[in-house]
Design a protein around this ligand. Structure first.
Ligand code: C2E
Ligand code: CA
Ligand code: CA
Length: 630
């Protein structure tokens, strides 16, 4: 009894009756509790009866009720197995009636079949036709349970198979022992143990709870979704997403960040709109029960975020994205929905905050465009058509080109060049970026070797690394083996990474960097002045050079304040002995100014656009002095 109550308390405290299996489990648990209680009462009454303190009639009735409870346990075990296998079907009234009548029939059989109290070795027990019938039914239900699970074992999770079978076997074996030795109280304990086993094995609520936020986790979302599609009820989904979650986590520290997540989860749950799931680091999904008051719901969510913005740095109603998927009716199953859903989530990050975005077919048009890009990427990869263009970079000290940036080029299915700004993010989220990164690196190494660039007065080639590449543990080894294959000296390679990469994967990135730095590879911080510009990265990470973003360069010619920012940045970086490249140099005026304030390298259309290999070789061959002041 104590054991079962403990399980019940744990179960109630943590589980949110999310799935039909949870509900079925709670029925099973309740019936076991009832059986144990009835067992205790009947044993007590038997003892009283033995001392002539209780009427036989009442004692026998307590026995009947106990037997009924036991049959119910087996019945609910079967019910649980059914639910675990098929999920909940539409409530079938006749089946419910049939089951209930069957149990009632068994109960009324108690009026006609014999039940008696026996005594053996000082142990009291019930026997007679009714008892045999009860055990018969118990065994029947349990056998059905095993048959059912074995029959469907291929379609259900292994742990369900294991725990249902173990549960039923434990009880079956105990029933046999009870029949042999007539020790009834033994069965209650076996039931409690079997229940405990089942609870630990498959109803462990931790499996579905996200430990950081206390909301339900992604696993729960997927499972919940599968059930939803089985039941064919399309519900709207509300998405709350914090695109800069990783950055906020760094700022706040892990524990405050988790508090923030927990508050979002709790407060949204308090709106009583439905279940709340946390998917990625800063993404929440709420399953909305009804959407009549979409606007009211949205303002409630905005109010929550507004409240939190007063206590947590980095979060504000504008920095959070809100989306609503009105219906899931168009999807056949969870898998097909999840494909679009992932796109919706990424897409939402690119939209503005502070507004509720409806994510429907119109948004999917964009997905078709994305699919076109993906097809083009696939074809380029398959046909080995990934190209690299080179943009020469002018060194102010030497007054000629000494380095170049390698830039990827890919044509779409219609033969037109696609912008890397378009396809790189798509390749990142659709899982092609590692292939592209590898191809670019190999391409560049091959080119350096074929054209003996190292002997032609160039210092190094700059190659862009995607954030996703930087998060790869094996990145350093991969690059080292390619350099070896083409016998490229690591000193001829400069890798460009952005701040986002440094924020997202600092630890792994640092390890990769250290290994490559030891060999002589150098690193640049790309797009300085475009993102968060967290200066501590410049200080903390071993960058050889910093590349000023083109927007920073352009803006400094329009806004006085940006000019001050640019000039102070240059001064600061010079003090740190970090080399500086300015990107986007399009005019002579810009070039002269940037040289005068001490920028070491200039890159931009003023000198040259990125060009193909042959064009670049021509530039390398004609690499004469270019004087900026005419
Ligand atoms: P980025 O690393 O900032 O590269 C510089 C971009 O600025 C290039 O665009 C270049 O063509 C452009 N650019 C250079 N000078 C000028 C100028 O004077 N005016 C203007 N308007 N633009 C200029 P591109 O080649 O389209 O590449 C765009 C971005 O795509 C790159 O920005 C980089 O983030 C990414 N990317 C390019 N190649 C690769 C690659 O091989 N791997 C990865 N991971 N990303 C790449
Ligand atoms: Ca770059
Ligand atoms: Ca850049």
């Amino acid at each position: 009894m104590v054991l079962t109550i403990m399980i019940a308390v744990l179960f109630c405290a943590k589980t949110k009756l999310l799935f039909d299996t949870d509900r079925a489990f709670s029925y099973l648990m309740t019936s076991i509790l009832a059986a144990i209680l009835a067992n205790m009462i009947s044993v007590y009454l038997m003892a009283l009866w033995d001392n002539q303190l209780m009427s036989e009639r009442l004692t026998l009735w307590s026995g009947r009720i106990y037997l009924l409870c036991m049959v119910c346990v087996a019945f609910f075990a079967l019910n649980y197995a059914k639910v675990a296998i098929v999920g909940r079907e539409k409530k079938n009234r006749t089946a419910v009636m049939a089951n209930v009548s069957f149990l009632l029939l068994f109960f009324f059989a108690g009026f006609f079949l014999r039940i008696q109290i026996g005594k053996k070795d000082e142990i009291l027990y019930f026997y007679g036709g009714y008892v045999r019938l009860a055990y018969g039914m118990l065994m029947l239900y349990l056998f059905l349970c095993i048959l059912l699970v074995l029959k469907h074992r291929k379609h259900i999770e292994r742990r369900y198979v294991i725990s249902v079978i173990t549960f039923t076997l434990m009880i079956l074996i105990t029933v046999v022992l009870v029949l042999l030795f007539s020790r009834v109280e033994f069965l209650s304990f076996a039931m409690a143990l079997a229940l405990l086993f089942m609870f630990l094995e498959m109803e462990n609520p931790d499996d579905y709870v996200d430990s950081d936020s206390g909301a339900l986790n992604e696993h729960a979302f997927r499972k919940w979704g599968q059930r939803l599609f089985q039941n064919k009820t399309g519900m709207p989904l509300l998405i709350i997403s914090i695109p800069e979650a990783d950055y906020i986590k760094k700022k706040l520290g892990v524990s405050d960040f988790n508090n923030l997540l927990a508050e979002i989860a709790q407060q949204t749950q308090k709106l009583h709109i439905g279940k709340v799931f946390r998917l990625d680091s800063g993404e929440f999904v709420c399953v909305v029960k009804a959407v009549e008051k979409e606007e009211a719901l949205f303002s409630a969510v905005l109010a929550i975020i507004h409240g939190l913005s007063e206590r947590y740095a980095g979060i504000s109603p504008e920095s959070v994205r809100y989306g609503m998927i009105p219906s899931l009716e168009n999807y056949a199953d969870m898998e097909s929905f999840l494909q679009d859903f992932r796109f919706y989530l990424k897409h939402l990050c690119t939209l503005s905050g502070d507004v509720l975005h409806i994510l429907d077919e119109y948004v999917l048009d964009e997905k078709n465009e994305e699919d076109f890009v993906v097809l083009s990427l696939k074809q380029a990869i398959l046909n080995d058509e990934i190209m690299v263009y080179y943009q020469p970079i002018y060194a102010t000290a030497k007054q000629r080109f000494t380095t170049a940036e390698a830039l990827i080029r890919i044509k779409d299915l219609n033969g037109k060049f696609m912008s890397p700004e378009l396809f790189i993010p798509i390749a990142e989220r659709r899982g092609y970026i590692l292939t592209l990164g590898h191809a670019v690196f190999e391409n560049v190494c091959r080119f350096i070797k074929e054209q003996s660039l190292e002997e032609r007065g160039f210092s190094y080639i700059e190659i862009n690394l995607s954030t996703v590449q930087c998060m790869q543990k094996g990145l350093a080894s991969e690059l080292v083996s390619i350099m070896k294959e083409y016998s490229i000296s690591p000193g001829f390679i400069n890798l460009e990474i952005t701040e986002t990469a440094a924020i997202k994967s600092e630890k792994i990135l640092m390890k990769n960097m250290q290994r490559l730095l030891q060999l002589g590879v150098s690193f640049s911080l790309d797009d300085y002045g475009s993102g968060y510009s967290n200066l501590d990265y410049v200080v903390r990470m071993p960058f050889y050079l910093v590349k000023l973003d083109k927007l920073l360069v352009w803006d400094s010619f329009k806004k006085e304040k940006t000019r001050v920012l640019l000039e102070t940045s240059v001064e600061m970086l010079k003090h740190m002995q970090i080399k500086i490249v300015a990107e986007g140099v399009e005019t002579m005026e810009q070039a002269v100014y940037l040289e005068n304030i001490g920028v070491d390298y200039l890159q931009g259309y003023y000198f040259s656009k990125p060009v193909c290999e042959e064009e670049f070789i021509k530039i390398v061959d004609n690499n004469t002095r270019i004087k900026l002041q005419s």
